[in-house]
Design a protein around this ligand. Structure first.
Ligand SMILES: NC(=O)c1ccc[n+]([C@@H]2O[C@H](COP(=O)([O-])OP(=O)(O)OC[C@H]3O[C@@H](n4cnc5c(N)ncnc54)[C@H](O)[C@@H]3O)[C@@H](O)[C@H]2O)c1
Length: 312
């Protein structure tokens, strides 16, 4: 019997890549998504009888109850994603990122297995020269971070849950985002030929979107081995400062000018290195190097003419 998977927010940046892979592997996948940013990101799957798209709101309680009953795996990705978007739409951010997850968890049954994605931005500002692990204190510094941390707490009250705290994701997707740091730097390097860096020493961990997809597929296949736990999920060789990242892009685009802006604060104060040892010990390791992603993004942004709708 084919496993049934419900993915909310499945038309988004991560979702559209994940759903494509799950359908390709033979899972029966239902997506609930309002198609806020892209109405075409899943069109290539419509041919497949194992794929179903429901264009609706995750806050539609009757629909969610019905779909919980029908599916074994539930991957709730629908959210207002990113600090600026949540700051602009506070009420919606709380109702989608938090209240809808509360409702979902209240209505799940024994057979349901939940894979939840949150962000390692909960670590906020890390200690100098120290790697954050899953036991490091969470100090979210935006409403987005707060809703994700609260949702994670709620989700972890159930045993049948795997939670990934994601690094900043990069790489191409059927629904593209250029507000993510690596994507944004490459996009601006090509279109403006210049990168302005505020607080260039600020550090982050990164991961390619295909590695995120592979980690989720791994956790579907190895659910019992991984369940009831939270894992950081990032590429261990990609704990980089903004300046290190900019220099990697300049290695490929020699014309790029990197301008360091002094005496000005970055509105995004995240600064931390992250350890991914816990998930690596369970058998999954992210593989796609940041240089590979930079090459991919250069190709993508050099030829893309369509407007990309971002989460601002
Ligand atoms: N991309 C990252 O770097 C990153 C990092 C950490 C965690 N995450 C988490 O991964 C998940 C997916 O993020 P993404 O980057 O794909 O974002 P995204 O903005 O591309 O996707 C979100 C999707 O949710 C849908 N959506 C929003 N509100 C909805 C609603 N009320 N009902 C139905 N659908 C709705 C949107 O239409 C969109 O397709 C989110 O939960 C996010 O918090 C992402």
């Amino acid at each position: 019997m084919k496993k049934k998977v419900l993915v909310t927010g499945g038309a988004g940046y991560i979702g559209s890549m994940l759903v494509s892979k799950l359908v390709q592997l033979g899972y029966k996948v239902t997506v609930i998504d309002l198609l806020k940013y892209s109405s075409t990101s899943l069109n290539h799957l419509c041919f497949n009888k194992n794929f179903k798209l429901i264009v609706d709101d995750v806050r539609n309680k009757n629909l969610i109850k019905k779909e919980i009953k029908k599916n074994e795996f539930i991957i709730p990705l629908a959210a207002l994603v990113g600090a600026p978007l949540c700051k602009k739409n506070k009420k919606e951010a709380v109702s989608v990122n938090l209240d809808s997850i509360k409702f979902l968890m209240k209505n799940t049954r024994k057979k349901n297995k939940i894979i939840f994605l949150t962000s390692n931005s909960g670590y906020g500002i890390g200690k100098k020269d120290k790697f954050c692990d899953e036991n490091s204190p969470l100090k979210p510094i935006s409403l987005y971070g707060i809703t994700k941390v609260e949702a994670e707490k709620m989700v972890m009250e159930s045993k049948n849950v795997i939670c990934f705290r994601l690094a900043t994701v990069f790489g191409n997707s059927y629904r593209m985002r250029t507000d993510l740091l690596v994507n944004n730097f490459v996009y601006n390097s090509i279109n403006k030929k210049e990168l302005k860096l505020y607080e260039p020493h600020f550090r982050r961990n990164f991961i390619h979107v295909k590695d995120v997809v592979d980690a989720i597929v791994y956790s579907v296949k190895n659910f019992n081995k991984l369940k009831s736990n939270i894992y950081n999920l990032g590429l261990s060789s990609a704990n980089l400062s903004k300046l290190m990242l900019a220099k990697k892009i300049k290695n490929r685009l020699k014309y790029l000018k990197i301008k360091i802006i002094k005496n000005k604060k970055d509105p995004d104060q995240r600064d931390y290195f992250v350890s991914n040892k816990k998930i690596e010990k369970k058998g999954f390791r992210a593989k796609i190097k940041i240089e590979v992603g930079i090459n991919e993004l250069i190709k993508v942004f050099t030829h893309t003419k369509e407007n990309i709708i971002n989460n601002y």
